[in-house]
Design a protein around this ligand. Structure first.
Ligand code: NAD
Length: 440
């Protein structure tokens, strides 16, 4: 693992692409900064009576394209620079996939599995109160990210409702304060599966462009949470062979292919849930692996398996100068945010590995969040089939546009995705009459 500062990487990515594109200097300066950073202290009484103080962050990077939008992450490694980078990537991602949102991100530094459900709820409600003035359906719309889920989003909606009870606000506006909610609280059909489903669609569309068939291509996936689990399911349905899976506790490698990835999910769930929120099982609890000729591996070993496609779907900074040379996959589908460091990326490019960048690959989540927000504000409810059909179309269009930009600018898919995003942001910015003439 490598501790590259993700915000420094984000700035470099912005600088390099802006130079290539000739981006307006004033706009470049605006995108190099955050519109607003918020850091709050969150003291809560724990169940044992003691008071513990947590730190919460929200970064609103830029809203040229629309209200700020981005997830909330509960993780011990959350800090301001990580949140700044993730917010910047959201601005870029929303522009790539073509949803009318700007970029934001937030989180609380904590190990969520060490808190009870009551403590988590208290903390989430307090965080919501502290963000009350800056979030809202037309201001900033949070969503789930690592270690946050629909239950947690439900607590945010409820706290927002309580705190706004004296104001005139429609039911739809109340619900549209966050996305990724439970279905019974205005969540969208298909949202839980969206990032994994969207990632699978991007991969399939990109393979078509490259003239390759998915049938029998082998896949290893790092992370078996919300994203990893669904991408495994949808890729398997399309004929890919899933041979490696891991989560934070361990991994499995089954060269002949895991017959049913849903069985692993059931097996994780059988172990029960902690605090009613987090699964305590692991992919390594999968009993059938030996029967299939498989074996246990360490989580980080998943990256170096002899596979056609590698899918990092857990943390950032996992593909680095230390291991990029040992990666055998020919295609990397980045479903985690920022899984590849700058040095790691250079090595992969030199080796000719095709990297489908995070800001395209995992944009299915925010695209469906947009559908959820849209349905809330118009009091509509779309079926799962409708949602997935619209999502598939969106992912195919975004993939086609990134691919054709890479041909036009003779560049990697990552740089092409940034070029596409920056062009769109620049166009909106000019349309908003912020003339840049004087900045040159
Ligand atoms: P999650 O909390 O549901 O799952 C994370 C998974 O990663 C778990 O299986 C966990 O055990 C595993 N993991 C953690 N540390 C690991 C390690 N060191 N080695 C191997 N596995 C490890 O989170 P998620 O929602 O699936 O998000 C995963 C990634 O996808 C994050 O980078 C997130 O920012 C990104 N993402 C998520 C969404 C979404 O809709 N949830 C959308 C876009 C991007």
């Amino acid at each position: 693992m490598n501790n590259e500062n993700p915000w420094i990487r984000a700035l470099l990515q912005l600088t390099q692409t802006s130079e290539k594109l000739g981006l307006d200097k004033l706009l470049f300066s605006m995108l190099s900064e955050q519109d607003r950073t918020i850091e709050v202290s969150l003291p809560i009484q724990m169940e044992n009576g003691s008071i513990k103080v947590f730190r919460g962050f929200r970064v609103q990077h830029n809203n040229i394209q629309g209200p700020y939008k981005g997830g909330l992450r509960y993780h011990p490694k959350v800090d301001m620079d990580e949140v700044k980078a993730l917010a910047f990537w959201m601005t870029m991602k929303n522009a790539v996939v073509g949803v009318p949102f700007g970029g934001a991100k937030g989180g609380i530094t904590l190990d969520p599995k060490s808190l009870s459900e009551i403590e988590l709820e208290k903390l989430t409600r307090l965080f919501t109160k502290k963000l009350l003035d800056v979030i809202g359906p037309y201001k900033d719309v949070p969503a789930p990210d690592m270690n946050t889920n629909s239950k947690i989003m439900g607590w945010i909606v409820d706290e927002f409702r309580i705190q706004n009870s004296e104001f005139r606000i429609t039911k739809g506006e109340m619900l549209a304060v966050v996305t990724g909610k439970p279905l019974e609280m205005g969540g969208s059909e298909g949202r839980v599966a969206a990032t994994g489903f969207g990632g699978a669609q991007v991969l399939i569309s990109m393979l078509k462009k490259l003239g390759k068939s998915p049938k029998g291509l082998t896949v290893a996936i790092m992370g078996f949470g919300n994203v990893g689990r669904f991408v495994a399911h949808f890729l398997q349905k399309e004929g890919f062979k899933i041979v490696g899976l891991c989560d934070s506790r361990g991994g499995i490698y089954v060269p002949s292919g895991i017959e049913d990835t849903e069985e692993i999910n059931r097996c994780k769930e059988e172990k029960g849930f902690l605090s009613g929120c987090y699964c305590v099982g692991s992919v390594c609890d999968f009993k059938n692996k030996k029967k299939l000729g498989g074996r246990d591996i360490k989580p980080e070993d998943i990256l170096e398996l002899p596979v056609d496609i590698l899918v990092p779907a857990a943390l950032e900074n996992v593909i680095t100068s230390d291991n990029a040379d040992k990666i055998k996959a020919k295609i990397i589908l980045e479903l985690a945010n920022g899984p590849t460091t700058l040095e790691g990326d250079k090595i992969l490019n030199k080796k000719g590995v095709i990297v489908i960048p995070d800001i395209l690959a995992n944009s299915g989540g925010v695209a469906t969040s947009y559908f959820e927000w849209y349905q809330n504000l118009r009091d509509e409810h779309w079926t799962k089939e409708e949602v997935l059909k619209k999502l598939k179309e969106k992912m195919e269009i975004a993939t086609k546009e990134v691919y054709s930009t890479s041909l036009e600018y003779k560049t990697t898919l990552r740089e092409a995705a940034y070029i596409l995003a920056l062009k769109r942001i620049e166009k909106s910015w000019r349309n908003q009459n912020f003339s840049s003439k004087n900045s040159k």
